[in-house]
Design a protein around this ligand. Structure first.
Ligand SMILES: NC(=O)c1ccc[n+]([C@@H]2O[C@H](COP(=O)([O-])OP(=O)(O)OC[C@H]3O[C@@H](n4cnc5c(N)ncnc54)[C@H](OP(=O)(O)O)[C@@H]3O)[C@@H](O)[C@H]2O)c1
Length: 368
C-alpha cells in the first residue's frame, strides 16, 4: 500500500482540530472534513482565519476545512475519523461513494466501527480513545491533556507489517497494538466512567445546568462502587476471549502515564479529568454515544458469551428510562454488528488473540 505523509481528518470537532493542529505542527499536511450540516466549529475557525489553541497545545494554526468528501478522498490515502461513533454511519454513507480499496481508515475512537463499515476498504483500524482531552468554543481550542499512548487494532489480520509502521509514523502518540478490535473496544474506558457519572449525578446536572466538576465532585465512592461492578463484567468479557484486560483505572493510567490507585483517586487528582465541568444537560454524548455504542455491544457480547451482564444492563435501562431512548434497539447490538448469527465458539475464535500475537511479534521483528 502506498501511503503518503498526508492525512485527511473527517470530523471537525475538538478532537479532530486538536489532531489536525498536532499533526500539522509535526510536518504532516492535513485536510479536515466538516459535515455540511455540522459546521459550527469549522465556521468559527474559518471566520477567525486560523485555529487558536491553548492548554498543552499552544498557538495559532492555519487549517484547511472542506465539506466535500471528494476532496478528502483525493487528499490522502489515510483517512482518520474523529466524529463520535453516533456520526460514523453518516460519514460512512458519504465515504461509500468512493473506491477506498487502497485506503486506510482509522476510527478514533472505533467503538466497533469496523463491524458496521460494510464497504471494501484497504485496511480499517480502530482506537480505544482520542489522544486528546479537549474542548472548543468560538473557534478556540483548549487541550487539557494528551495521552502518552492509545490502544489500536486492525480489523484485518494479514496486513503487511509496513502498514503498521506507517500508521505508527503518522500518530502523534505511542500506539499499543491490540490483538483485535474487540480488545480495543473493551479498552474504551469511557463506557465505564461516563454513563454512570452522568446518571448518578442526573439531578445535580439538571438543577445546576452542569455547574460542578464532573469527575472531582461527581465521581464519589458510591459512584466508584458502581463503576467497579461494570468493570468486572468488561474484564469477564475479555477473559472469555482469552484476554487479560486491566482495570479501567489502570488503562487510564497506562494511556496518561499516571499511577492512580482507584476511581476516586483519579477523579480527585488527574489533571486532564479533575478540571472538567459537567455537561449542562443529560442529553450529552457521555450517554448518547457511550451507552448505545459501548455499553450495548458490551452487554450483547456478554450475553452471547453467557456472562452475567446485569450490572451493564441496569445502566442501559436507567439511561433508557431517563432519556426515553431505546438504546438496546438503536445501539450497536449484535444485529448491527453483523454478529447475530455467529455462535459463541465462532465469536471467540474470530477475535481470539492468538493470531494477533503473531502479528505483533512479526511487527517487533520487523522493527529490529
Ligand atoms: N474531546 C475530547 O476530549 C474527547 C476525549 C476522549 C474521546 N473523545 C471522542 O472523540 C470523538 C470526537 O470527539 P469531539 O469532542 O471532537 O466530538 P464532537 O465535537 O461531538 O464531534 C466531532 C464532529 O463531528 C460532528 N458530528 C457529530 N455527530 C455527527 C453526525 N451524526 N454526522 C456528522 N457529523 C457529526 C460534530 O458536529 P456538531 O458539532 O454539530 O455536533 C463535530 O463537527 C468522540 O467519539 C468522543 O467521544 C473526545
Amino acid at each position: 500500500m502506498d501511503l503518503h505523509p498526508t492525512v485527511s481528518i473527517v470530523g471537525a470537532g475538538p478532537a479532530g482540530f486538536a489532531l489536525a493542529a498536532d499533526l500539522q505542527s509535526r510536518g504532516t499536511s492535513v485536510l479536515l472534513y466538516s459535515h455540511p450540516t455540522r459546521r459550527r466549529h469549522a465556521d468559527h475557525v474559518e471566520s477567525n482565519g486560523h485555529l487558536r489553541a491553548s492548554g498543552i497545545l499552544e498557538g495559532s494554526t492555519e487549517l484547511r476545512v472542506t465539506s466535500d468528501m471528494a476532496e478528502i478522498v483525493a487528499f490522502s490515502l489515510v483517512i482518520i475519523l474523529t466524529v463520535p461513533s453516533t456520526g460514523q454511519e453518516t460519514v460512512l454513507q458519504e465515504l461509500k461513494k468512493f473506491d477506498l480499496r487502497k485506503y486506510a481508515i482509522i476510527a478514533i475512537p472505533g467503538n466497533l466501527f469496523s463491524l458496521i463499515a460494510d464497504m471494501e476498504v484497504g485496511c480499517v483500524f480502530e482506537t480505544n480513545l482520542s489522544p486528546y482531552s479537549c474542548r472548543m468554543e468560538q473557534g478556540g481550542l483548549t487541550v487539557m491533556g494528551k495521552k502518552e499512548l492509545i490502544f489500536i487494532a486492525a480489523l484485518q489480520r494479514d496486513l503487511d507489517p509496513a502498514v503498521y509502521e506507517t500508521i505508527e509514523s503518522i500518530f502523534p502518540t505511542e500506539l499499543k497494538w491490540c490483538s483485535s478490535i474487540i480488545e480495543v473496544c473493551l479498552s474504551n474506558v469511557n463506557g465505564v466512567f461516563h454513563p454512570l457519572m452522568m446518571l448518578m449525578n442526573a439531578g445535580r446536572i439538571e438543577s445546576t445546568a452542569g455547574d460542578f466538576l464532573l469527575y472531582r465532585d461527581g465521581l464519589t465512592p458510591a459512584v466508584a462502587n458502581a463503576m467497579v461492578a461494570i468493570d468486572r463484567v468488561r474484564i469477564a468479557i475479555g477473559e472469555a476471549f482469552g484476554l487479560s484486560l486491566k482495570s479501567s483505572v489502570d488503562i487510564s493510567n497506562e494511556c496518561y502515564g499516571q499511577s492512580f490507585t482507584d476511581f476516586v483517586d483519579l477523579a480527585q487528582n488527574s489533571p486532564p479529568h479533575n478540571r472538567l465541568m459537567a455537561p449542562s444537560d443529560i442529553q450529552n454524548r457521555n450517554i448518547s454515544e457511550d451507552v448505545p455504542d459501548l455499553l450495548v455491544p458490551w452487554c450483547c457480547l456478554a450475553e452471547k458469551l453467557e456472562i452475567d451482564a446485569s450490572p451493564i444492563k441496569a445502566v442501559i435501562m436507567l439511561a433508557e428510562m431517563t432519556t426515553g431512548v431505546n438504546y438496546m434497539e438503536t445501539g450497536r447490538n449484535l444485529q448491527r454488528l453483523h454478529l447475530e448469527n455467529v455462535s459463541r465458539e465462532e465469536l471467540i475464535e474470530r477475535f481470539s488473540p492468538v493470531l494477533g500475537k503473531l502479528v505483533n511479534s512479526t511487527l517487533s521483528t520487523s522493527r529490529l
